[in-house]
Design a protein around this ligand. Sequence first.
Ligand SMILES: Nc1nc2c(ncn2[C@@H]2O[C@H](COP(=O)(O)OP(=O)(O)OP(=O)(O)O)[C@@H](O)[C@H]2O)c(=O)[nH]1
Ligand SMILES: [Zn+2]
Length: 216
Amino acid sequence: MDDLKKLTSSMMEENEMDGYQKIDRYNEEKIRDISEKYYDILKDIGEDPNREGLLKTPERVAKALQFLTHGYDLNPSEILKSAMFTEEYSQMVLVKDIEVYSMCEHHMLPFFGKAHVAYIPNGKVVGLSKIPRVVDAFSRRLQVQERLTNEIRDCIQDTLSPLGVAVVIECKHMCMSMRGIQKQNSVTTTSAFTGEFINNEKTRYEFMQLIAAHLS
Ligand SMILES: Nc1nc2c(ncn2[C@@H]2O[C@H](COP(=O)(O)OP(=O)(O)OP(=O)(O)O)[C@@H](O)[C@H]2O)c(=O)[nH]1
Ligand SMILES: [Zn+2]
């Protein structure tokens, strides 16, 4: 356990997540706490946590877990507000094929795939990069795909007040492929709409056509 503490403190000097902003939640105490638990988990699964290859594993896992859940420390609405501009563009804005990496809250195993997010401005547009940032802020938490889809929709609708929002997410769930039912190729699709995308069938159809099209 002493070895573990030494290794943890060297990592702590960074006090920063891989390429990510410094966040108070990632303090020395928490990384040490998570590391100590993983040290015990290694023993529980029949491993020797003191063998060379595993010496740094508890800290690596703690660090990885923190990265994979850093969305709790982000405020998605503030992310959108940081780049909202008045603009008279009134057609659909679609950002598609946004990579999603999340973890299911039931097994804490990854689910991953793509999100397609569209909105129809109502006098204001948002900086394009902020849409994938919102997707990340909600997906880097323990999630179910349905809630993730709704949260992205609600955040954009409530913050930007557009004429409509559409979100479609397609993901593979590792808890359904590497364990459990073990279906390797099943993909789950979820969708959430507001405003024009609910009331206007043509608009919804246009969105569906655009996400299906391979334009690039
Ligand atoms: N609705 C929904 N279910 C999910 C999601 N991710 C995982 N699940 C499901 O959560 C369910 C948990 O069911 P349980 O019966 O409590 O857990 P389990 O015994 O591990 O279930 P199996 O995976 O069928 O072996 C499973 O059916 C998973 O497929 C998600 O994003 N949305
Ligand atoms: Zn799961």
